[in-house]
Every structure is written in structure tokens, then in C-alpha cells.
Design a protein around this ligand. Structure first.
Ligand code: SF4
Length: 206
């Protein structure tokens, strides 16, 4: 798939899904993130970008949508830091009859953009996977090192807000991280926030 003028892949395939890599920027500085150890590869795809792509570059990188059962906004960066681009691409995907558009996110978009961004995702994003990551703020801060205060509460607020506008909302946490109680995360997601929960395994991508 075309990569120019950035060096990393803007669009990359994993199994039957097409992933879109919009940025390398993050609000978090997760201790477990491979990019902080200089590893920018995910399943053989180099994701380090010289700069974030334009709408035209994203569309050019997609080339053919027919083999894919879903399109996912996900790279080694936070897609909602490029919210305008992400929503424009999502609208374009819907115009091209993509039935399932998923967002993998840190859940901090409402904190960063100072509004309920999940309303704007309605009808464009079909599923969202949110990295809850921890059962309490102290553990979250220890592993994710957010650059903004209030990030953990904001992440939970995003998950709750998303359930009103996005059909499938799944909170995730990594099993195997020191001090992370995955079952407590599940209870928060399912009982407090009205979302689904998925346990991920530390060291395993996807
Ligand atoms: S939010 Fe994702 S890409 Fe960003 S530092 Fe954390 S694990 Fe890495």
C-alpha cells in the first residue's frame, strides 16, 4: 500500500481488517507501549510516520475496500487527536458502504476537545474499543502516565457517553500488567459504565 510522503504505513491489513494509522501522537505515555522502546512495528507493519497524513493521503492509501469486513482507526498513536480527519474519513467510508467502522482509543477525546465527541461519532463509528487499562486512578497513572490531569475519570466518562451514541462499546484492560485487576476493570465497565469488556493479554497485539 502507498506510504509516501510519510515513511510508515497509513493503511495496513491485519487478517480481514483494514487499519488506518492517522497519527503517532498520544496524550498518554504508556509504559508498556512498544514505541517507547523504539519498536514501531505491529505484525510486520511499520507505523512510524514522519507526519500525520492528509485526508487525500488516507484515501489514496486505502485503494480497495472490498476484501475487508471492517475498517479500524488504530495505529501507534491516538486517532481522536485528529478528530476532524477521523470523522471525515469515517464519513467517506460510510459513503463507500463500509458496514463496520471501529475506533481503538484511549477514551480521552472529550477531555482533549472539551465537548462530547461521541455525539459526532454517531452514525459514523459502529464500534469503539476503549483502553480503560486500570481499576483505579493510581494504577492508571502508574502505567499510562497521562499528560493531562483527570484522565482516568475522563476515560470512564467517555465510555459512558459513548454507550448513548455508538452501538458497540467495549472497554479493555491488559492482563499481566503489575497491579491491574482485570476482573475489577470488568465490573467497572459492565456495571458502572454500561459497556462491554474485553480482557487483552499483555504482550499480544490485536
Ligand atoms: S495510548 Fe496506545 S499508542 Fe499511545 S502510548 Fe499508550 S499504548 Fe502507546
Amino acid at each position: 500500500m502507498p506510504t509516501s510522503p510519510t515513511t510508515g504505513e497509513i493503511a495496513y491489513r491485519i487478517d480481514a481488517a483494514l487499519y488506518l494509522n492517522l497519527t503517532n501522537a498520544c496524550t498518554l505515555h504508556c509504559r508498556f507501549c512498544p514505541k517507547h522502546n523504539g519498536d514501531w512495528e505491529v505484525k510486520g507493519h511499520g507505523l512510524e510516520l514522519d507526519r500525520g497524513p492528509t485526508f487525500e493521503q488516507v484515501v489514496a492509501a486505502i485503494s480497495d475496500l472490498t476484501p475487508f469486513r471492517e475498517v479500524v482507526f488504530c495505529g501507534l498513536g491516538e486517532p481522536t487527536l485528529r478528530l476532524g480527519l477521523m470523522l471525515r474519513v469515517a464519513r467517506w467510508l460510510k459513503e463507500h458502504e463500509v458496514t463496520r467502522v471501529r475506533l481503538n482509543t484511549d477514551g480521552l477525546a472529550n477531555l482533549i476537545h472539551h465537548r462530547d465527541t461521541t455525539e459526532e461519532m454517531a452514525g459514523l463509528i459502529d464500534a469503539v474499543s476503549v483502553s480503560l487499562n486500570a481499576q483505579d486512578e493510581a494504577t492508571y497513572i502508574r502505567h499510562c502516565a497521562p499528560s493531562r490531569p483527570g484522565a482516568y475519570a475522563a476515560c470512564k466518562g467517555f465510555i459512558r457517553a459513548a454507550t448513548a451514541h455508538i452501538p458497540e462499546v467495549v472497554a479493555t484492560a491488559l492482563d499481566g500488567l503489575d497491579g491491574v485487576d482485570v476482573e475489577a476493570c470488568r465490573r467497572i465497565a459492565e456495571t458502572d459504565l454500561g459497556a462491554r469488556f474485553r480482557r487483552r493479554v499483555y504482550g499480544k497485539v490485536g
